[in-house]
Design a binder for this molecule. Sequence first.
Ligand SMILES: *Cc1c(COP(=O)(O)O)cnc(C)c1O
Length: 445
Amino acid sequence: MPTDPILDKLKLADPLLWINPHRQPADAVLPGLELAATHLQGAVGQLDWLAPLVARLFPETAERGGIIESRLLEVPLFARELVHLTGQRTRGRVLLKADHALPVAGSVKARGGIYEVLAFARRLAEREGLLEPDDDSRRLADPSARELFSSHTISVASTGNLGLAIGVAAAALGFRAVVHMSAEAKPWKKDRLRRRGVEVIEHACDYTDAVARARRAADDDPSVHFVDDENSVDLFLGYAAAARRLVGQLRELSVEVDAAHPLVVYLPCGVGGAPGGITWGLKHVYGNAVHCFFAEPVEAPCMLVGLATGFDGRTVYDAGLTVNTEADGLAVSRASELVGRLVGRLVSGVYTVEDQMLVEGLRALWSTEGIRVEPSAAAGFVGPAMLTGTEAGRGYLEATGLDGELDRATHVLWTTGGLFVPEEQYRVWGVDGRVEKDGDSPRGG
Ligand SMILES: *Cc1c(COP(=O)(O)O)cnc(C)c1O
């Protein structure tokens, strides 16, 4: 295959910002995609319908009526600290979208993963005549539904967090749950799943191979529903629904979003479903006023490789990289082609981050705001500095006219995981002290 200049640069494993040359105005792209605004509305409606069931299955969500949602936080001390972390003063307001504290799964996977399991349960129950379309969703927790689910298996491959979300949701409904875990998966994630009755199969291979093995195992057995992280529309839509919720939260904080008040969103990216779904949803809401950047580890920039090479099958290994990273949620060698098709012309760019910066970032967030996140979730923090502090970023600011608006912009750093990380692990990262359970910082919005 032809060598690509960007692959040669990635080989150095130095942080860089890649501006997406394929990007186009939202209204030129969205109407031609395989998923439309009606799908986004459908996902939001489905989540509303499911809420009473979620409240029953997971009492920790009852207070919010079974809506699994995180807060949008003001983090003034951390925003000021960014200049020390990155060497760049941030122009504009900085907010944190606190998915590190999402209930049930403790990561952004609570959005896509739980949506996928519940949507599958609904279809199965309807097909077997146990549920009418306008029934209360709590019927899915009836003994007859449980009995049906107990003869089905939900299987998934995961570096950790997706397995937690799928495994916990599947087990709560009475499904048999199997999680195939790749070499990166942390032991505590396996333990947590096993304690909840989830079967964990450990593989010595990387994530992409673990997905392939799990997919093959499921293909041979019709009673197994395989949650395909690389190809699942339900996962994507579950993530996308976050966009609709963010609109109300921005309004509550009096954040305007329009051409003169741009929104810039920084999203940690693994296989691409979570950042892709959120980007696609936000583009439906805000069009060209929102700019979405994906963040990947220097050793695992799979979406950058996919977008830059047109998803021709090359992986981060073809760029001479290893996938070794402390950011286990992002340790993926090949990105989702489905996501590439859906957001390949919507995402503004992708930047890469070194592990050391991830750990420094999570420490800075802890020391300034008392909020704890895992390394994957810290990948967004350097985003604003990549825009103002690199040649590629400054080129983007000029080309889009964003430069003149940046002081009125709002940056949203999406913190994607961390709630269930054990105390000992936080100590290893140099973060200890009082236990903070739900991400509610004393000053947090
Ligand atoms: C999975 C994950 C992501 C990225 O989601 P993808 O859908 O794999 O791109 C980001 N952060 C954390 C903590 C995750 O677990």
